[in-house]
Design a protein around this ligand. Structure first.
Ligand SMILES: *Cc1c(COP(=O)(O)O)cnc(C)c1O
Length: 417
């Protein structure tokens, strides 16, 4: 008896089952699962009554500031399976220059959640640490993935840490730094002369041919659970009062879907009330399937042909969780909006120079979308807004800085300005 109790204490997760996000059918957990029978993403369900009696805000406060402080709401049962590289809680950084420009009164009214500080430099670490820890728990030995860069890097790093083999396929226009990072962190890595969906087909065919586990976005249940921690963390950082609007750069939509799920779970365990932020799905005009579907009033998005944007993280022509993204956006009374690449880079450069924060293009897209939403009267400048900067700006091309001094010649200090 005593022995069993100890075991229960060592198994802090309250997962009960998996559920098809489309038709609600239930599936067993603690066994390897991909998509549901309907071919849709599976969502992890918990005994939230159990979580409510086990977890208080005081207990939470006493734990380290990382994503594992939420263990009751996460799927990993045995902590021995956690493959951590240091998944810290990320800070909220104000944008004073933007606030000043638009007359925002509250100094904390415009905040960037800076995810670039996570392992491998992007918030893909949140999703992949969870998926890889679960893969380890379930005995998976070989994983494959199509990626535009950041997901592959996080997969490679965590799988190397877990002793799992990885096969990664990138479209051939993936930035050099991403491809090299993936290879250096131990994945067998290929460039493919096609788009991300072409890479996806190679992985799907290899599932049978090579016995790979397919870790494509939303094709297994646990990446959402990792990304969900963004919503949990945000609520706690804002003292359990959610913001008015969240601008999220939307590719596969894992984070938007995950945060929406997190808010629901937090309400059910009594940590927050019913107030919800408007969820704003931000895309690039060269690849805006969700924006098109939102405007057309549809629940599924039509794939984009010849998708193009330099913001690689949101270059996703077809998202398998499209309906989950669109449902959350609509339920939240939010909207989907697209911004041009030119504007994205103008904003990136402006915020870096004025506020000292180097956003990635996807993060800059969220700020650009805020300005456009304001111009269109969709939001108020005084609404408390959160921008997701999903990766470090250091992984992306930057404008040249070519001023030069020949130190053998007299130096013209006046010319320095
Ligand atoms: C993956 C990624 C996104 C999109 O995230 P999803 O949750 O898949 O929509 C945005 N920005 C960056 C930098 C990314 O790597």
């Amino acid at each position: 008896m005593r022995h069993n109790l100890n075991l229960i204490e060592k198994r802090p997760s309250f997962v009960t089952h998996l559920e098809c996000g489309y038709d609600g059918d239930s599936y067993p957990c603690d066994t390897i699962q991909g998509l549901s029978k309907a071919g849709k993403p599976l969502l992890v369900r918990y005994d939230l009554h159990g979580v409510k009696s086990a977890l208080t805000k005081d207990i939470l406060t006493s734990r380290p500031m990382d994503i594992w402080r939420w263990r009751e709401l996460l799927p990993v049962r045995d902590e021995a399976n956690i493959v951590s590289l240091g998944e810290i809680a990320t800070p909220l950084i104000p944008l004073p220059s933007l606030a000043k420009k638009y007359g925002v009164k509250d100094a904390g009214g415009l905040l960037v959640k800076d995810e670039g500080r996570l392992p491998t430099g992007s918030f893909k670490a949140r999703g992949l640490v969870m998926a890889v820890s679960m893969a380890k728990a379930l005995g998976i030995k070989r994983i494959a993935m199509p990626t535009n860069g950041n997901a592959g890097a996080a997969l490679a790093a965590y799988c190397s840490a877990a002793g799992i083999e990885t096969y990664v396929f990138c479209p051939d226009d993936t930035p050099e730094v991403n491809v090299r990072e993936i290879a250096l962190q131990g994945a067998k890595t290929w460039r493919v002369n096609g788009f991300i969906n072409d890479c996806g087909h190679i992985v799907a065919d290899g599932e049978e041919a090579k016995g790979w586990f397919n870790l494509s976005t939303l094709k297994e249940p646990y990446r959402i659970e990792g990304k969900k921690t963004m919503g949990l963390e945000l609520a706690e950082q804002l003292d359990w009062e959610l913001p008015d609007v969240i601008f999220y750069p939307t590719g596969g939509g894992t984070g938007l879907i995950g945060m929406w799920k997190a808010f629901d779970e937090l309400e059910k365990i009594g940590f927050i009330g019913s107030k919800r932020p408007k969820m704003i799905a931000v895309q690039a005009t060269g690849c805006a399937p969700i924006v098109n579907a939102f405007q057309a009033g549809e629940r599924h998005a039509k794939p984009i042909k010849e998708a193009h944007t330099a913001a690689a993280g949101i270059r996703v022509p077809a998202a398998i969780g499209d309906f989950l993204i669109l449902d959350a956006v609509r339920e939240s009374k939010g909207f989907a909006i697209a911004v041009d690449d030119e504007v994205i880079f103008e904003v990136r450069d402006r915020i870096a120079a004025a506020d000292g924060l180097l956003l990635c293009p996807e993060g800059a897209a969220t700020v650009a979308a805020w300005e456009l939403s304001l111009e269109r009267g969709l939001i108020d400048a005084q609404d408390k807004a959160i921008f997701f900067n999903c990766a470090t700006g250091l992984k992306y091309p930057m404008p040249a800085a070519s001023a030069f001094i020949d130190h053998h010649q007299p130096i013209d200090y006046d010319a320095m300005g």
